[in-house]
Design a protein around this ligand. Structure first.
Ligand code: ASP
Length: 281
């Protein structure tokens, strides 16, 4: 295998076939301490691709490095949250963001997504517009395939829209419904909702709904629901049925009890596995 020098990277981007973007990076990932990659879900769901003013995927890289096994090299990147449909450019940006990891980033395109996903060691789904993402996953008939593969132990890494679709539905996205999907139902791997880029702000003179108000609206209609607000720089890791909140800063668990909205602060390292109970029954 030829390792590319940085300057060579651009000219070697599409070297498997016309549809596949490959980026070989230099640094080997140390083996993670895990025994059975296929026994349960391995999920790394980031709120966002960047935290504050950090570079693209910069804060995610060390977390991904710890998360992935050294045998995981072949990543299926799913870019369908992009509304401009410039999927190869998107994949290039991702591969450049991940250049310090020893990974191949294979961009799934509408015409080859099934085989790219089937042959991958890990699935990575990026952000953009969540309605566009779920629309395309239904249209290309990829949702069941992803669900099955992830259920069989294939690691799943996501941010923003890619994290939204882990929930039962996409109902707590911040995005506008720019395209009508077949359904709002999503992967249902998490048995709760998330809200990425979570940030609650009320500016003087602004009369629209705050983020908290929008999430409360969801709970009014779905009183048994739970939502985790994921500020930028945070995320959720699910491994061996252990769900941990990680990152910089606190998240918020939104729920409704006895008709009242309850907001509970979540700190990095908190174990949220109790939220998986309904799914694990
Ligand atoms: N637009 C976001 C993203 O994918 C998703 C969201 O805010 O719900 O970056």
């Amino acid at each position: 295998m030829v390792l590319l020098k940085r300057k060579q990277i651009r000219s070697n981007l599409f070297c498997i076939n016309n549809f596949t973007f490959v980026h070989r990076c230099y640094i080997q990932i140390p083996p993670a301490n895990k025994s059975d990659l296929n026994s349960s879900h391995h999920i790394l769901a980031f709120s966002s691709s960047r935290s504050g003013n950090s570079g693209y995927l910069e804060t995610a890289v060390p977390v991904i490095k710890r998360f992935l096994d050294s045998k995981t090299t072949n990543i299926a990147f799913i870019p369908f949250a992009s509304t401009d449909r410039n999927y190869k450019e998107y994949a290039i940006r991702v591969a450049e963001g991940l250049k310090d990891l020893s990974l191949y980033v294979n961009c799934a395109l509408p015409e080859n997504a099934k085989s790219i996903i089937e042959e991958s060691h890990a699935i990575m789904i990026g952000g953009g517009n969540t309605f566009k993402l779920i629309h395309d996953l239904y249209e290309l008939d990829l949702l069941d395939l992803i669900h099955k593969k992830v259920g069989n132990g294939t690691p799943y890494i996501s941010w923003s829209a890619g994290s939204n679709i882990l929930s039962p539905t996409i109902a707590t996205t911040n995005d506008m419904p720019v395209i009508e999907p077949k359904s709002f139902k999503a992967l249902n791997i998490f048995s709760f909702q998330t809200n990425p880029h979570y940030f609650n702000q009320k500016t003087e003179g602004f009369n629209g709904e705050t983020r908290n108000q929008r999430l409360e609206e969801y709970l009014e209609i779905n009183p048994a629901g739970k939502i985790i607000g994921l500020p930028e720089g945070t995320g959720l890791q699910l491994e061996n049925q252990l769900l941990i909140f990680f990152g910089e800063g606190s998240g918020v668990l939104f729920e409704r009890k006895e008709g009242n909205f309850i907001k509970t602060q979540i700190k990095p390292g908190d174990n949220l596995s109790f939220l998986l109970q309904s799914q694990n029954k």
